[in-house]
Design a protein around this ligand. Structure first.
Ligand code: ZN
Ligand code: ZN
Length: 347
């Protein structure tokens, strides 16, 4: 291993990114170093560059959705070996807050986020805590494994935990881009019937149909609610997901609900949330739930689902770029070139 490596670094001062040669990290106690195989480009990486998300450090290596192979093990690490294929956790508990002091690390109040509070994985090597690593089953591909940290686990947690989709639930998904495509696939696995995808873009609607949607509608259709009523044989929706994050789509998701239905919001914008008229919301005993992120154990569950062939992510990798091409990958994502689900960096 040489002493230096290439890394794509973010500078907070002028919010610029630069490809640089920096020292290869070595593990401290409780840590391992992985050789990065793949690392996704996520909208939250772009939020740091655009200034929507405040920087935690003056300079940081970006990228938090990684897969890799352990190449060095620090003092006190047990249960892991050089050569193990792993997914690093994208956050580390602070070990100081009242939740951490109780051992409730999953609910840490000051989680240190990978690629924000410490260096991420748009680099040849990445140092991470051994706590929170997920082993990748032998028959799971490293490129698909990188999707599990966030791109698939956030929709998984929204479907299973926040939305609590059960077999037979009528489900609708607003916005079937990167997050929404995986919502469709996971809601289908959870037993959604019927399963409706709603978007403005015909190409992504056709893809949503391939991935399991029974019906697809345009979000600007003036007869949208009537069409949802017909598609559900009058039942309307038990669980609606909004992956767009604007007032109009959240409001439509709430409007589509059956009595006691749940709308789950997992998009983000600077608009305000809008649940529609009080009377409709209260009379229908409707619920509107917020959702962000996932638990580390979700990654392990999804790795098993891939290993047993229950989840097919073959359409999810839209492009693979080198470290030198990260800016090209970012442009593809921000300008929706080819309607990407996920673009991976291969250092
Ligand atoms: Zn992400
Ligand atoms: Zn904590």
């Amino acid at each position: 291993m040489s002493d230096t490596m290439l890394a794509e670094r973010f500078y907070a001062q002028d919010r610029s990114i630069h490809l640089e040669e920096i020292p290869v990290p070595h593990p401290g106690p409780g840590q391992v170093v992985i050789k990065v195989e793949y690392c996704g480009i996520c909208h939250s990486d772009l939020s740091l560059i655009s200034g929507k998300f405040p920087p935690s450090l003056p300079v940081v290596t970006q990228g938090h959705e990684a897969s890799g192979t352990i190449v060095e093990i620090g003092a006190g690490v047990t249960g892991w070996n050089v050569g193990d294929r792993v997914i690093p956790s994208a956050g580390q508990p602070c070990m100081k807050c009242r939740k951490c002091r109780r051992g409730d690390f999953a609910n840490c109040l000051h989680l240190h986020l990978m690629a924000f509070a410490y260096d991420g994985a748009w680099a040849k090597y990445h140092v991470t805590s051994a706590m929170g690593l997920t082993k990748i089953p032998d028959n799971v591909r490293m490129d698909q494994a990188a999707l599990l940290a966030d791109a698939v686990s956030t929709p998984y947690a929204a479907v299973v935990r926040t939305g609590q989709v059960h077999p037979g639930n009528a489900v609708a998904v607003w916005g079937v881009g990167g997050v929404g495509s995986h919502l469709v696939q996971l809601a289908r696995i959870a037993g959604a019937v019927p399963l409706i995808a709603i978007d403005l873009n015909d190409e992504v609607l056709a893809r949503a149909k391939r991935l399991g949607a029974d019906s697809t509608f345009h979000s600007d259709d003036p007869d949208l609610m009537k069409k949802i009523e017909d598609a559900t044989h009058g039942r309307m929706i038990d669980v609606a997901f909004d992956a767009v994050g604007i007032s109009a789509t959240v409001r439509a998701a709430v409007e589509s609900l059956d009595v006691n239905g749940k709308a789950v919001s997992l998009g983000l914008s600077d608009q305000n949330i809008d649940a529609g008229p009080f009377l409709d919301f209260n009379l229908g005993f409707k619920q509107l739930r917020g959702h962000l992120g996932y638990k580390s154990q979700d990654i392990g569950v999804l790795a098993e689902m891939l290993s047993f062939g229950r989840l097919d992510l073959s359409e999810s990798i839209s492009a693979v770029v080198s470290l030198e091409e990260v800016e090209k990958g970012i442009t593809m994502l921000t300008e929706h070139i080819g309607n990407p689900i996920r673009i991976l960096v291969k250092p």
